[in-house]
Design a protein around this ligand. Structure first.
Ligand SMILES: Nc1ncnc2c1ncn2[C@@H]1O[C@H](COP(=O)(O)OP(=O)(O)OP(=O)(O)O)[C@@H](O)[C@H]1O
Ligand SMILES: [Mg+2]
Length: 299
């Protein structure tokens, strides 16, 4: 088997039979605030490890992808692998666009495509539209071009997807409808176990054999956010948002090593909008275990 790609949360191998193997890792994404790692699946940078996370992510993906297949959403899932953190999937072509501007410095390809479903006002939705009440109900699907390692994903409008040739208008409608269905299925799955699904991100690719757009990659606590202890009103808006959502607008800072001395110096960054739900279960080891237990996926 040869290593094809070393991702943030998995290593991808090519199998002799042409399929791929995902080896899920314990690495966890988040951000550094005042020098300390804060785990948060809404972020794209690995900031530490949570023991057992790889197996839980693998089993979550299996559990959910099987339900999606049963509901008519095609996926890359083939089978579980020889170890509990390993999954076998069909190879797919990412929905990227080659770089046509190679003579221009800074030009780049587009690597792939993801959709985000948002069931409530949170994260970058609120940072973009800070007039909205955090925790209020939403029914939104957004397309994002995958950002390069360490770079943020790029929000895309529908017309851009078609113009760039990433998918046809019909495929766009189908992919949007499938993302909405995924959001609904997952919402029900979590709600019946007493949890509240906030938002999530899924990746799409073309089946290498059939060219059909299928759900690829994983769907684990890395890629969705779930809360507990939420109370909803008749409109489905969170009633306890002032207690569990923290927002701020302030100048952040980071520490960089001084070039000519041994000290670290504080560098002031731009003003930023921050939003954080205090009870996101995937954010810490105990919450992750609680989620896994509720789905009987304990390692
Ligand atoms: N069925 C598939 N066929 C081919 N490549 C795939 C398939 N499913 C996922 N991939 C790719 O494998 C890689 C898996 O890496 P991983 O999910 O760990 O992190 P990443 O790409 O660095 O980050 P992120 O998923 O957050 O964008 C990704 O580049 C993904 O696009
Ligand atoms: Mg991924």
């Amino acid at each position: 088997m040869s290593l094809l790609y070393q991702g943030k949360t998995k290593d991808v191998f090519t199998r002799p039979d042409g399929n791929l193997e995902f080896h899920f890792k314990d690495d966890a994404t988040g951000y550094i605030l005042d020098g300390k790692p804060v785990f948060n699946s809404g972020y794209d940078k690995v900031v530490g490890q949570i023991p057992g996370k790889g197996q839980i992510s693998c089993k979550f993906t299996e559990y959910l992808f099987k339900i999606f297949e049963a509901n008519g959403i095609p996926t890359d899932f083939v089978a579980m692998g020889p170890q509990p953190n390993v999954m076998i999937v069909k190879p797919a072509k990412l929905l990227g666009v080659p770089n046509k501007a190679t003579n221009f410095k800074g030009s780049d390809e587009i690597f792939g495509l993801e959709t985000v479903f948002r069931n409530e006002v949170m994260g970058s939705w609120w940072r973009r539209y800070p007039s909205q009440i955090p925790g209020n109900r939403l029914n939104i699907v957004e397309f994002y071009a995958k950002g390069k390692a360490g770079e943020p994903d790029i929000l895309m409008v529908d017309d851009a997807l078609v113009q760039l040739g990433m998918m046809t208008h019909q495929e766009l409608e189908t992919t949007k409808a499938r993302t909405q269905k995924i959001a609904k299925i997952m919402n029900d799955e979590f709600l019946k176990r007493g949890f509240h699904l906030v938002d999530g991100k899924v990746e799409w690719g073309r089946d290498a054999k059939t060219e059909e757009i299928i759900l690829i990659d994983d769907l684990s606590p890395d890629t969705f956010r779930v809360c507990e202890g939420y109370e909803l009103d008749e409109q489905g808006n969170c009633k306890v948002n002032t207690k569990c959502v923290m927002t701020d607008y302030r100048q952040t800072s980071r520490f960089v090593k001084c070039a000519n001395c041994l000290d670290f110096v504080e560098v002031k960054d731009d003003y930023k909008r921050l939003i954080e739900a205090k009870n996101i279960l995937s954010a810490d080891p105990a919450g992750l275990k609680k989620l896994a237990d509720a789905f009987h996926l304990t390692v």
